[in-house]
Design a protein around this ligand. Structure first.
Ligand code: UD1
Ligand code: UDP
Length: 383
């Protein structure tokens, strides 16, 4: 029997981190011919992930330009992928999550009548403008895809509520698979300042912020709140690897440059990021991926957004939705820095997002769907 041709498509940092272990898993399966195409919607932030996981994509569309609009990214990806699909004719295209690359990848495959599998399917806030444009991207991919690899049972229920009843698999999130390969007690950081930092004496607050719906007033408020927290808690050390978006760079530097206990640094590579998170006291972020990783490492998270599509850790009590208003962000950070009981309640390691077996289940699910395996994979149950 011919091998199944499976093509993975990704373009941004988080997609690459979450698809890398899956590419490795697909490459290890004798029934599958794995092929990888990056759009390079991100360039530098993608390339560091490719280096760390030693991935060498067969196709690279190299679409990134500074401050691109959503329409430009989507149309460049659509046109580029059309050519790639005509050349390769995969049996299945796998896209991940909710970026412009994800939507364009699914749509381009659909136009060629190629089956689409959606990894990290079924996350919803039910607000079409928040996160923007991600909520609509993932909803549209939910319509285009034939296979839906849901991280959690709640994600599966979201799709069922939209009438999706076939091709559903609950697998856990592949980011937890990635996390198992990156965090090490004896890890050495490239920047010596991160090796010599007193992680027991100082309370390290790891910060990231980049979402488009936070541009403008919300991001201004978030940055002012961070500045206030740093100034009023000299024992804290804020470490903020700033996203390369010029909008974010400008805002972060205007509010936080020159404050003694704030370190604005370049984006970290994924191993550095995971190991820094493992040593931190608290995470403050609007990132999706960090909301999944920090609970697995037992780190409390204040989410700098109005909503989240990842309610599991909020329900478990280790993640709190802080919102985007100055007063509330300051109040919650103050509490976690001053009240050991409040901190202890949130600092518990939980794994609602995965057990490290997501990639195996996804590969098994693909083989089952194409009749190359008798039974579907067992479902991931939150642990
Ligand atoms: C994108 C995704 C978002 C995801 C985020 C992860 C969309 C619509 N948004 O948002 O869902 O959470 O990636 O980080 O797909 N830049 C560089 N170098 C890089 C990466 C970005 O210079 O390696 C700069 C460029 O000027 C680029 C800008 O950042 O135009 C914004 O990048 P873009 O991919 O448009 O959006 P993100 O905000 O990164
Ligand atoms: N990350 C990283 N270096 C950084 C910041 C984030 O490697 O400087 C990782 C992080 O650990 C997570 C992913 O990038 O795995 C999240 O990406 P991002 O926050 O850009 O996007 P989102 O998850 O919000 O879509």
């Amino acid at each position: 029997m011919d091998k199944l041709k499976v093509m993975t498509i990704f373009g941004t940092r988080p997609e690459a981190i979450k698809m890398a272990p899956l590419v490795k898993e697909l490459e290890s399966r004798p029934e599958i011919e794995s092929c990888c195409c990056v759009t390079a919607q991100h360039r530098q932030m993608l390339d560091t992930v490719l280096d760390i996981f030693k991935l060498e994509p067969q196709f690279d569309l190299d679409v990134m330009e500074d401050r691109q609009t959503l329409s430009t990214i989507t149309s460049k990806c659509l046109l580029g992928l059309e050519k790639v699909f005509q050349q390769v004719r995969p049996d299945l295209v796998l896209v991940h999550g909710d970026t412009s690359t994800t939507f364009a990848g699914a749509l381009a495959a659909f136009y060629q009548q190629i089956a689409v599998g959606h990894v990290e399917a079924g996350l919803r806030t039910w607000d079409r403008y928040s996160p923007f444009p991600e909520e609509m991207n993932r909803s549209m991919v939910g319509r285009l895809a034939e296979l839906h690899f849901c991280p959690t049972q709640a994600n599966r229920r979201n799709l069922e509520a939209e009438g999706v009843t076939k091709g559903l698999f609950v697998t856990g999130n592949t980011v937890i698979d990635a996390l198992r390969t990156t965090v090490r007690e004896d890890f050495t950081f490239a920047q010596d300042g991160l090796n010599t930092l007193d992680y027991d004496g100082k309370r390290v607050i790891l910060v990231t912020c980049h979402r488009r719906e936070n541009y403008g007033r919300p991001m201004e408020d978030i940055m002012s709140a961070l500045a206030h927290i740093a100034r009023t808690h000299p024992s804290a050390e804020l470490i903020y690897p700033v996203h390369l978006s010029p909008v974010v760079q400008e805002c972060a530097r205007r509010h936080l440059d020159g404050i003694g206990n704030v370190r604005l640094i370049a984006p970290l590579d994924v191993e550095e990021m995971h190991n820094l998170m493992a040593r931190s006291y608290l995470v403050m972020t609007d990132s999706g991926g960090l909301q999944e990783e920090a609970p697995a490492l037992g780190k409390p998270v204040l989410v700098l957004r109005r909503e989240t599509e990842r309610p599991e850790a909020v329900q478990a009590g280790t993640v709190e939705l802080a919102g985007v208003e100055y007063e509330r962000i300051v109040e919650l950070a103050d509490e976690l820095l001053a009240d050991p009981d409040a901190y202890a309640k949130m600092a518990r390691a939980i794994n609602p997002y995965g057990d490290g077996g997501a990639c195996r289940r996804i590969a098994d699910g693909i083989l089952y769907h194409f009749g190359r395996r008798a039974a579907p994979p067992e479902e991931f149950e939150s642990c």
